[in-house]
Design a protein around this ligand. Structure first.
Ligand SMILES: Cc1ncc(COP(=O)(O)O)c(C=O)c1O
Length: 380
């Protein structure tokens, strides 16, 4: 990196006589949510509900909780650095080989590893706007160049993305369903896109919300991993943070051709997945009942909420995930603040350039009703 491009940051530490590289100084940190307890104290409220982070409102799998309790006594040991049992269980479930799976400290870790392994200074990465913010941030950390393509009709604009590909492109990130819009790509369009993309770069299909997506929208993971002849390789990202209800444990994974997995293993920390996460995820994977209940209840909640918000004069956008966008037909920041004062935490989309939109996660029945009541009051 060119030393002349380095500047002193205006962050705490700026008083130190150190040089912070330009690409790091210019990063806008991922907006951290305040702990619920802090918000409650600040606003003088109680029993607040959080529908802002696309978590599972019904909690973790009871099987996972039991397995985690039993594992507590082994915390003096380092975890299994290869995630042997979990990788084997996932491989069996997905019909792939363990060598095609890389586990991480959340799927965010796999995004970081991909960028670390494939992007050096000046390399190009294509993402969409709005989409999950961590792609661009990781690229910035490595000194790569982000090409950000605006969504078209709330969907990834595959034709423009294809046109942006150059010899320097290393990765393309597509979250499908997309966060924050909840839209999914038609499989036929996605297959066509993948066959149009050169073999020299990697397309990352981030399927954090795939569990909520209708079967006819899903692409065939097995064939896209195994038969890459004549088209670009594909990496799938999955997570235990959403449908499996283990966001706090931090565990996710990527499924990819073994050669790419080998590169990621080279750059990861030896113990990047803690022991509790491995044990909890393995048990959650076997808890089909909790998983199916979550999917059913989410779908029911999504239908209910979108019908009800329309009655309040808002526009609800169809979603394939456990969240959806609402056009509140007024300033989203104002609605967000008014709802916060009532103890209902949603996400304002104004920072994404969607001034009139909020994003909400489907909650429990009780949470959904409370959300609707607060929204009605705030809109009035
Ligand atoms: C599209 C998308 N990808 C990845 C993630 C990261 O999930 P995690 O790191 O919890 O696995 C999120 C989290 O909200 C997301 O929305």
């Amino acid at each position: 990196m060119d030393v002349e491009n380095w500047i002193l940051g205006n962050t705490p530490g700026a008083e130190l006589n150190i040089k912070i590289p330009q690409n790091i100084a210019s990063i806008i940190p991922y907006p951290p949510g305040k702990p619920l307890e802090e918000l409650e104290r600040e606003y003088g409220i109680k029993n607040s509900i959080k529908l802002a982070s696309n978590e599972n409102p019904w909690g973790p799998s009871p099987k996972a909780v039991r397995a985690l309790r039993a594992e507590l006594l082994n915390l003096h040991r380092y975890p299994d650095g290869s995630c042997h049992y979990l990788a084997a269980a996932l491989a069996e479930k997905l019909g792939v080989d363990s060598a095609e799976i890389v586990l991480g400290n959340g799927s965010s870790d796999i995004i970081d590893l991909l960028v670390k392994a494939f992007v050096t200074e000046g390399d190009e990465v294509i993402t969409s706007h709005p989409s999950f913010l961590m792609y661009q941030k990781n690229v910035q950390v490595r000194g790569g160049i982000n090409y950000v393509v605006p969504l078209k009709d709330m969907r990834h604009d595959l034709s423009i993305i294809k046109d942006m590909v150059s010899e320097k492109t290393r990765l393309i990130f597509l979250d499908n369903p997309n966060n924050p819009t909840g839209t999914a790509l038609a499989p036929v369009d996605l297959y066509q896109f993948l066959s149009d993309i050169p073999e020299s770069l990697v397309v990352v299909l981030d399927e954090a919300y795939v569990d909520f997506m209708d079967k006819e929208f899903r692409v065939d993971l097995y064939s896209l991993i195994r038969n890459s002849e004549g088209r670009c390789p594909v990496v799938f990202l999955r997570t235990f943070s959403k449908a499996y209800g283990l966001a706090g444990l931090r565990i996710g994974f990527g499924v990819m051709p073994a050669e790419i997995a080998a590169c990621l293993h080279k750059v990861r920390q030896p113990f990047n997945v803690n022991q509790m996460a491995q044990v909890g995820a393995l048990a959650a994977l076997e808890d089909e009942e909790h998983y199916q209940k979550t999917i059913l209840r989410t779908r029911k909640g999504l239908l209910f909420l979108s019908t009800e918000v329309k009655k309040l004069g808002c526009k609800a956008y169809p979603s394939h995930a456990n969240f959806f966008l609402i056009d509140v037909r007024g300033k989203a920041d104002e609605v967000y603040t008014a709802m916060l004062a009532k103890g209902v935490i949603v996400r304002s989309m104004s920072a994404y350039g969607l001034e009139n939109f909020i994003r909400i996660t489907v909650g429990t029945e009780e949470e959904n009703n409370r959300f609707l009541k607060s929204l009605a009051e705030c809109l009035n």
